[in-house]
Design a binder for this molecule. Structure first.
Ligand code: KIV
Length: 277
């Protein structure tokens, strides 16, 4: 299925041009109602493969499929008229090589109306990024902690401390040189994120990185306090919606059991009263 969706107001080129300018604002997004809420506030929304953990109860992002990403991206696209939509390429959909990556990235773009894709990895993905960009697919990179490599990294640890800083810097440079329009820097020392931001020509989008990055992204369910299974140090909770939901559900259950809900205002009369629906 292909989609016909108006070109978003914000393009990958606009994000690229924000290097060193006003901070780029982004959140992850997986559904139409959330997309409607964040569209006017975000420069881009990321349909992240974190959807697998946040909405599907998976223990990592490794089980996320192309079908899941496409279904959620189609839903998000219906709620956007301003923000750029970037869609994560799921684990296993691009690592074999540029041809596989192109086939899957093209499918994501055609079936969702995405303005760009994101993929994880630095130097090892440079050839693939260049291949996609040369064929008209804007690519966002992702270095530092790359959750799809959780097994190789031995957990969700801070990356690039002391002697490993050079590795992360080289990865970020490789992504920028390959033609990515921006790069996510995840979970690394702030000084390293600042250094990379100063060194490369494309915007850095921090998550667990530094306020000095060119922009920030957070997982929306984390910052709203909806996903409260665990809270990484780098998450600031701007609301506590899980607690509010728990209380509301408990109130509803108590009222149903006590036959206090539905009340007279929620039920229908036998005869239609004038003006009533
Ligand atoms: O999938 C995701 O939510 C991400 C962000 C952590 C950047 O890739």
């Amino acid at each position: 299925m292909s989609v016909s969706k108006p070109t978003p107001a914000v393009t990958a080129g606009d994000i690229r041009a924000r290097k060193g300018g006003d901070p780029v604002v982004s959140l992850t997004c997986y559904t139409t109602p959330m997309a409607r809420l964040m569209d006017e506030h975000c420069d881009f929304v990321l349909v992240g493969d974190s959807v697998g953990m946040v909405l599907h109860g998976l223990s990592s992002t490794l089980g996320v499929t192309m079908e899941m990403m496409i279904l959620h991206a189609q839903a998000v696209a219906r709620g956007l008229s301003h923000a750029l939509m970037v869609v994560d390429m799921p684990f296993g959909s691009y690592e074999q090589g540029p041809q596989q990556a192109f086939a899957n990235a093209a499918r994501i773009m055609a079936e969702t109306g995405a303005g760009a894709v994101k993929l994880e990895g630095g130097r090892r993905m440079a050839e693939t990024i260049a291949f996609l960009v040369a064929r008209g697919i804007p690519v966002m990179g992702h270095v530092g902690l790359t959750p799809q490599s959780v097994n190789a990294l031995g957990g969700y640890k801070v990356q690039g401390r002391s002697d490993q800083a050079g590795v992360v810097r080289a990865d970020a440079r490789a992504v920028a040189d390959a033609g990515a329009f921006a790069v996510v820097l995840e979970k690394m020392p702030a000084a390293l994120a600042n250094r990379i931001t100063a060194e490369i020509a494309i915007p850095t989008i921090g998550i667990g990185a530094s306020a000095g990055c060119d922009g920030q992204v957070l997982v929306v369910d984390d910052m709203l306090g909806l996903f409260d299974v665990f809270k990484p140090k780098f998450v600031k909770r701007y609301a506590d919606l899980a607690e509010q939901a728990r209380e509301a559900i408990a109130d509803y259950a108590a009222e149903v059991r006590a036959r206090r809900f539905p009340g007279p205002e929620h039920v229908f009369a036998e005869q239609t009263e004038k003006g009533a629906k």
